[in-house]
Design a protein around this ligand. Structure first.
Ligand code: PLP
Length: 376
């Protein structure tokens, strides 16, 4: 059995979790603060808010961008459904932008086509770690008066114009789900450039409580808290943050290993005209959170045959990225159903993901390649 991904977790993470548990502080506490500072230092962001998931982080980022009922938010349909769901949580409306046939990301052109007079924010996605062209999309946002938010769920460790993704936009949100490159079990982080906005979101993260647990515990006097607005419980635990510190220390090694494995796949498959293989765009580098291949021919029929073939041979292939406008959850959306987003539909129908994990062996990779060759 060759799985699609295996998180690289071991004794160091177990030890870190153990220390957190034995410290007596298991909810959000000092280790969360330490983890936030460490991620900020790494990616060059001003502030970081550790949260329970990327999904809750996206919700906070949209609130930070003052997105509310009646607003439009430009977002790719071709993404994990959480991206569009987060817009719905605010009572706002997703306007789906189509994607580039090469990068599977939204572009300045597709974003521009989706801008309306009610557009309050643009939520771009660095799909499967492949960087989108942030500067080009920011120019469209600036012209439209929209706030740029990056869904970087898969993109920690990817780079844009020489710097790691995380400090380029007012809000950048990571996921630490086990399917991503580093993990805290569940978890995420919102990178924020404006300190006042970060302070407000920190309060909303814990029920909009006027004073944090840490501040209350360390005060000499008895403190009564208050709740001036609607808040949420979107906190990360100190146990997760302790694991996150260890994982962050492995990030560079994880990314360089994934890039090496991607190069192996590339060399073995580049002669197949039928396969469109993933490559770095001119302006950045991907962390290859997923090695996602699109078929140039054969359509959905061949793609599904490959997935079934992998399943029969116990190889963990996976479909490419879903498209929210084709799902029941968005069936009443005005772009629902086929036809409105041709490139997104091609990607979701005709792409698939190969297994890739840190300790993948040469013979496991060769086996995947061999099975794929047979199925083509
Ligand atoms: C995984 C993923 C999410 C959701 O992340 P969670 O941490 O599981 O909430 C959101 N957006 C994209 C693009 C993702 O890949």
């Amino acid at each position: 059995m060759i799985p699609i991904i295996k998180p690289w977790l071991g004794e160091q993470e177990a030890e870190a979790a153990r220390d957190a548990i034995l410290s007596g502080w298991v909810a959000q506490g000092p280790r969360v603060g330490q983890f936030e500072r460490a991620v900020c230092d790494r990616v060059g962001a001003t502030e970081g808010l550790a949260v329970s998931s990327c999904t809750t982080g996206l919700h906070l980022a949209l609130i930070g961008a003052e997105v509310g009922p009646g607003d439009d938010v430009v977002v790719p349909s071709l993404s994990f459904i959480a991206t569009a769901n987060s817009v719905s949580y605010c009572g706002a409306n997703s306007v789906f932008a189509d994607v580039c046939p090469v990068t599977q990301n939204v572009t300045a052109q597709t974003v521009s086509d989706a801008i309306t007079p009610k557009t309050k924010a643009v939520l771009l996605v660095h799909q499967v770690g492949m960087p989108a062209d942030i500067d080009a999309i920011r120019a469209v946002c600036d012209a439209a008066g929209a706030v740029l938010i990056e869904d970087a769920a898969c993109a920690i460790g990817s780079t844009y114009k020489g710097a790691e993704i995380g400090g380029h936009s007012p809000f950048v949100v990571y996921s630490f789900h086990p399917r991503k490159v580093i993990t805290t079990g569940e978890g995420g982080m919102v990178m924020v450039q404006d300190k006042a906005i970060a302070d407000r979101l920190r309060i909303l993260r814990q029920h909009a409580m006027s004073i944090s647990d840490v501040a209350r515990h360390s005060s000499e006097e008895f403190v009564f808290e208050s709740y001036p607005e609607l808040g949420y419980n979107y906190r990360m635990t100190d146990i997760q943050a302790a694991i996150g510190m260890v994982q962050l220390g492995k990030l560079s090694a994880v990314v360089s290993r994934r890039r090496q494995l991607a190069q192996n796949y590339h060399r073995a498959l580049e002669h197949y005209e039928i396969l469109q293989l993933p490559v770095d765009p001119s302006y950045g580098t991907t962390n290859y959170q997923s090695y996602c291949i699109k078929l140039r021919d054969g359509g959905r029929k061949l793609r599904d045959r490959i997935l079934q073939g992998f399943k029969d041979r116990q190889i963990g292939g996976k479909r490419g990225i879903m498209a929210a406008h084709l799902e029941g959850a968005f069936s009443t959306h005005r772009q629902a159903g086929r036809g409105s987003l041709p490139e997104s539909e091609r990607w979701t129908d005709e792409s698939f993901v190969l297994p890739m994990y840190h300790h993948m062996t040469q013979s496991e990779q060769a086996q995947v390649v061999e099975e794929l060759r047979v199925l083509l």
